[in-house]
Design a protein around this ligand. Structure first.
Ligand code: DON
Length: 579
């Protein structure tokens, strides 16, 4: 658990303005030290999957090999988010120079239509885009992992799937974090015959210490081990997925599966205070919007203003607010839409947005409504890996909600995603993450929904300095952003930066969501005076981060390859481990 210490500084010369002069900082007196290892490091959301990654690295596999093995293992030991039935992104930086990004996000089935979740009166039908087979996009994970392995890995499919198969076949002993995750979906598991057999024990939730065995999933993984993506997209698994979808009211045909392709793009990049940030391009909004916000903030002396002072929070929130307007209205699948990335990140536009921010005054979000927008009406997992040669992989993949659409492809042991809800289901209405999105993200056949997933790698002088990412839906962007600011502006060590309490704003709703201890009471009072609405926030993210060469950026030694791993304490299943 985090330890906290509240320190209050008050000036005696206060008079009427007592509140604004009496500063109360909630300080994290100490985080645990980051996990340190000399050669290689894996941080993932489930301890057994982390160990699988470390074993692969010890056997001489590179970061991409380890990522593939970790991803297949997480599909078994972290079924709420680890997956075969979902999709994701991988940002890769190889020590030889390659910097690339793999997009294996789910695609809308060919029979999808713009209004597929609306009734005859044009209203959204409750739960249709979030639960059941119609919510499911064509999965991309197996395609992405195979693409990564063949192009950038060095080990065989047999070796990389073996640990996941063993965990599925022999089972693994559930700890309290695993059990509480499964309990989230007990009622939905009861409604799906395969899910109730696999994820419940005699119709009741599993208990701590019991073993979760997944025989069907083991068989599916073995077929993939033997036949690769062919099995998943054209073979027996494809048949079973399509059959389950069509008989369950979904749209996924064999043609949809056969047509699925991983796409490779250049990462989005920007410089922030001497660090080069590589992150996710569309169909993620993450990289573009993180860069946009950082560039708006760059001239401000955040360090001098103080960590989470009213002044520094004000400018951060205003930059974030403007970033999310662009996220929600300008970005979409690059296969369907020309994303105005150069314009969003142009110095002129950045300066214009910055000049629009007034000191000590919140801009009401409805004043930032873009022209033509008016009438328009958790769950994921991230892991970070650095290997013995300095190759880095930052990967986020997801079923969207915990356990996705809460349905399985019968006979496969595969839980299916509900990624279709990341589209604009109806103009003018918010989605599961309260995101109000626009036309460019409306549903079209084969299109991939806009994402916030932001697997990120930070470079200093061409060398990897940091690898990071997180789940959290719309809160991914602000969590990655704050971890960058915590390390770059405030020189926190990597564990402190991950632990530090966070806040979130996403333009709509016009609310600052603050984790406990993120903003002191009198700083909140001051922000309220400036026009902000502040509400308590649930813990939404689970960062997995690695720093290379030092535990904080100011201490990085250019010749050191020591690795410092930080697992977010907000979820108790993860592990940072190296060798
Ligand atoms: O792609 C996205 O932005 C979402 N589907 C991610 C969902 C997520 O992070 C859920 N985790 N809490």
């Amino acid at each position: 658990m985090l330890r906290k210490k509240r320190i209050i500084f008050c000036s005696r010369t206060v008079g009427l303005t007592f509140l604004s002069i009496c500063l109360s900082h909630s300080l994290w007196a100490a985080s645990l030290a980051p996990v340190q290892s000399p050669r290689a490091m894996v941080v993932s959301a489930q301890h057994l999957a982390t160990k699988v990654g470390v074993e692969i690295l010890k056997r001489g596999g590179n970061s991409v090999d380890a990522a593939v093995a970790v991803a297949y293992a997480l599909a078994v030991v972290y079924p709420a988010a680890g997956n075969l039935g979902g999709g994701g992104f991988m940002t890769i930086k190889l020590s030889g120079g390659i910097e690339t990004f793999l997009d294996f996000r789910e695609a809308a089935p060919l029979a999808s239509t713009v209004n597929m979740y609306l009734n005859a009166e044009g209203q959204v039908i409750k739960d249709l885009s979030t639960r059941g087979h119609l919510a499911v996009g064509v999965p991309g994970t197996v395609s992405g992992l195979e693409y990564a392995r063949k192009k950038y890995g060095s080990m065989t499919r047999k070796d990389l799937l073996a640990p996941g198969i063993a965990l599925a076949e022999k089972g693994f002993v559930l700890q309290s974090g695993d059990v509480s995750m499964l309990e989230v979906a007990t009622e939905d598991f009861k409604k799906d015959s395969d899910a109730s057999t696999i994820f419940l024990k005699g119709k009741k939730p599993f208990q701590v210490g019991e073993r979760l065995v997944q025989k069907q999933l083991a068989s599916t993984l073995k077929r993939i081990q033997q036949k690769g993506e062919f099995d998943f997209y054209q073979g027996q698994t494809a048949q079973l997925i399509s059959k389950a979808s069509l008989s369950g009211g979904g749209l996924i045909t064999l043609e949809d599966l056969a047509a699925y392709q991983t796409r490779e793009f250049k990462p989005i990049e920007c410089n922030y205070r001497g660090y080069r940030i590589l992150s996710a391009p569309p169909p993620s909004s993450g990289g573009v919007i993180i860069c946009e916000i950082l560039k708006i903030l760059e001239p401000y002396p955040l360090k001098e203003w103080g960590y989470h002072s009213a002044q520094s929070l004000h400018f951060q929130i205003e930059a974030i607010r403007r970033g999310y307007v662009d996220r929600n209205t300008l970005l979409g699948d690059p296969g369907f839409h020309v994303n105005p990335i150069a314009e969003i990140l142009s110095p002129e536009r950045i300066e214009k947005l910055r000049n629009d921010i007034k000191p000590m005054t919140a801009t009401p979000s409805n004043q930032l409504l873009p022209p033509r927008f008016v009438n328009e009406g958790e769950n994921t997992t991230h892991f970070s890996i650095v290997d013995q040669s300095g190759n880095a992989v930052s990967m986020t993949y997801t079923l969207n909600d915990w356990f996705g659409a809460r349905v399985m492809a019968k006979g496969t042991g595969i839980l299916l995603n509900n990624e279709m809800d990341d589209f604009t289901v109806k103009l003018g209405e918010v989605n599961h993450y309260q995101l109000l999105q626009g036309r460019v993200n409306q549903i079209q056949a084969s299109k991939r929904p806009l994402s916030s997933m932001s697997p990120t790698i930070v470079l200093k002088d061409g060398r990897v300095a940091m690898v990071l990412g997180t789940p959290g839906g719309s809160r991914i962007i602000t969590a990655v952003l704050q971890t960058l600011i915590n390390t770059i502006d405030y020189d926190m060590n990597i564990q402190e930066a991950v632990d530090a309490p966070r806040y979130h704003h996403q333009w709509v709703p016009d609310v600052v969501f603050a984790e406990e201890y993120a903003i002191s009471a009198d700083t909140q009072d001051k922000l309220r005076e400036w026009g902000y609405t502040i509400k308590p926030s649930r813990l939404a993210n689970h960062l997995a981060a690695i720093m290379v060469g030092g535990s904080r950026l100011s201490e990085i030694k250019p010749n050191s390859s020591a690795l410092f791993g930080a697992n977010d304490p907000r979820r108790n299943t993860g592990l940072a481990l190296g060798y």
